[in-house]
Design a protein around this ligand. Structure first.
Ligand SMILES: [Zn+2]
Length: 604
């Protein structure tokens, strides 16, 4: 097999011009300064430990939480520098050593501070409420509120110790699942378009499903899912044990159901979860219309599960150099106002971004920083259109962090996962619409519209289907239904039929797909992808119309200072109201209509 051209000429870290790398000097001017800060940790820990057993007044609690915050800020700064240096060149010995040292220190300090929450919790509710009103605890109010909320769900010290000591037992089946899928499970090669064998792994599977040759797609689909199917009893056992653990822990912590336990931290009512599922059901006819358009555009008599990722429009070859991507994002985000634009310019000018790939650099892309650093971006930029979307996405995260850190005290700045993907998706959507508004080749326009429909397919329809299956899994377990392989296969198959509709020839092997979805082990996580995407779609639509800019920036600045549903609702998008989801699905219908026009494929 030939290497892609890009990997042949990957430069070393030293060969990258400084202006294309991130500037980490706002964190530490040199490694020696990092060492000096590391040496201060014991001095910062001392005042925390001095207060153990002495939380007898609001003033004492304030001293404790302030001391803990001071320690955390330095610790996070040390960790941020170490992990960014590590990721810029993972093969560098000094980088590896620095990262390992701070990780060990982190674990040590976490153990040394583990008494804080139980000691706060041991106080009567009225006392915690009184602390919340104390002016010296104003910036720690949310920390105390969370302690208070958790009180009814925390067990006695002896019971908590037993649970903590059993933690590894509770996660054993998830570990087994991880080892089985990442290390032990292997698949035979599949024949390529020219008959030569292609290696099949989870890593190459998606590329095979995007192969224009239908035979390759079908073989990859049948071989991979067939491989999972052969181990279906083992997978039913690992999944069932994980679901049992969620249900067990929810019961002993006095939650009415596993779903309620999982939604508790974000204070999301189960009605929002159920509402997402029913709103998605209502929108299925539009989704089926999209699938039929896909069938016609591919020129197929019928569409099957292995045709869902085949490219509708010939591969987009548009090159987007860094400078063009930068200007594109700036122009696309213009609806967010001058201050947002100025912050974006700072991101570029102050070198928050590590752009190109180099030998040993961590793959992929992320946004990462701490309260006392810029929110840095790691990219592996290769001038593809997708890379420009990644830049817009990660800048969405970084600017969210930047605005929240500047507006909130340290304990209220960090936003929950529930909100995280809104800012990133809004920026991607703004970039899509900015590009659509340019004079374009018809094929490029169709590519952009289809990109949006596919994001909807993958992030809303597919994730909500997972969310429904996950909800049912826990309900079956709560009702005492054994989660056997045959039962799961049958139910999962029916669910696919419902979502993909009568127009899709649902290959029986899709019934095994539940075996390969790691998210079913994550305790009700995937629905957040769908709700964030819908919220982002509504925000982006309003922002493009020039409405709600201040409210949206207010949401970003709110960070973690409010419960996520309240924060989004304050910005005008109330996810408790089914109307918001309908507005998002209406947008899908509108984009789909444009795609139908752009592709102009005949009926039948
Ligand atoms: Zn993201």
């Amino acid at each position: 097999m030939s290497q892609p051209a890009e990997t042949v000429a990957v430069p070393t870290r030293r060969e990258i011009p400084a202006e294309l790398t991130w500037d980490l000097t706002p964190l530490y001017a040199a490694p020696a300064a990092w060492e000096a800060d590391l040496a201060r940790l014991d001095d910062l820990l001392a005042p925390v430990l001095a207060l153990q057993g002495r939380l007898d007044s609001a003033a004492a609690v304030a001293r404790l939480l302030d001391a803990e915050t001071a320690l955390d800020r330095v610790l996070e700064k040390l960790h941020t520098y170490a992990h960014l240096r590590h990721d810029e060149d993972t093969a560098d010995d000094a980088n590896q050593a620095r990262e390992a040292r701070i990780r060990a220190r982190y674990a040590e300090l976490a153990a040394q501070c583990a008494w804080i929450t139980p000691e706060l919790l041991a106080h009567p509710e009225e006392e915690i409420r009184a602390w919340m009103e104390a002016p010296e605890l104003r910036d720690s109010r949310r920390t105390l509120l969370k302690v208070l909320r958790n009180k009814p769900h925390v067990l006695s010290a002896a019971e908590e110790t037993l649970l903590a000591r059993g933690a590894e037992v509770f996660t054993a089946s998830e570990q087994t699942y991880g080892l089985l899928t990442n290390a032990d499970l292997a698949f035979p090669d599949v024949p390529g378009p020219d008959g030569r064998p292609l290696p099949l792994t989870e890593g190459t599977y998606r590329a095979h499903l995007e192969n224009p040759d239908r035979g390759v797609r079908k073989a990859a689909f049948e071989t991979l899912l067939g491989g999972y199917g052969k181990l279906q009893n083992t997978f039913a056992s690992t999944l069932s044990a994980t679901v049992k653990t969620h249900v067990y822990v929810a019961q002993i912590r006095h939650f009415p159901s596993a779903l309620e336990a999982a939604l508790f931290d974000d204070q999301v009512p189960t009605a929002v979860y159920d509402g997402l599922i029913s709103a998605t059901h209502e929108a299925l006819p539009a989704f089926h219309r999209y699938l039929d358009l896909r069938r016609r555009a591919l020129g197929l008599p019928d569409l099957d599960m292995y045709d869902l990722y085949a490219p509708l429009v010939p591969a987009c070859a548009a090159k987007v150099p860094m400078a063009e991507a930068r200007e594109g994002v700036l122009a696309a985000c213009a609806p967010l106002g001058a201050d947002y634009g100025a912050a974006l310019r700072t991101a570029f000018a102050a070198r928050w971004i590590d752009w190109p790939e180099n030998k040993g650099k961590r793959s992929g892309a992320y946004s990462s920083g701490c309260y006392d650093s810029p929110p840095y971006l790691l990219l592996n930029y290769h001038d593809r259109l997708d890379d420009a979307f990644t830049l817009a996405h990660e800048l969405g995260h970084s600017l969210h962090t930047w605005l929240a850190n500047r507006a909130q005290p340290p304990r209220m700045a960090h936003y929950p996962i529930f909100l995280a993907e809104i800012a990133s998706t809004v920026n991607e959507l703004l970039l899509t619409h900015h590009l659509l508004a340019q004079p374009n080749e018809p094929a490029f326009r169709a590519h952009l519209l289809n990109h949006l429909c596919d994001s909807f397919k993958g992030t809303v329809f597919r994730q909500t289907m997972f969310a429904e299956f996950e909800r049912d899994l826990h309900r079956w377990e709560e009702a005492g239904t054994p989660l056997t392989a045959e039962f799961l296969r049958g139910r999962y198959y029916e669910l696919n039929r419902k979502y993909y509709g009568p127009g899709l020839a649902a290959h029986p092997a899709i019934g095994h797909e539940w075996c390969r979805i790691p998210h079913f082990y994550y305790d009700f996580y995937v629905y957040k992808y769908a709700t964030s995407f819908c919220a982002a779609l509504v925000f982006a639509r309003r922002l493009r119309a020039g409405a709600g800019v201040d409210a949206y920036l207010g949401l970003l600045r709110a960070g973690g200072s409010r419960d996520p549903l309240d924060a989004v609702a304050a910005a005008g998008v109330d996810l408790r109201d089914a109307g918001v989801l309908r507005e998002a699905f209406a947008e899908f219908g509108a984009v789909l209509a444009e795609l139908e026009t752009a592709l102009a494929v005949p009926e039948k």
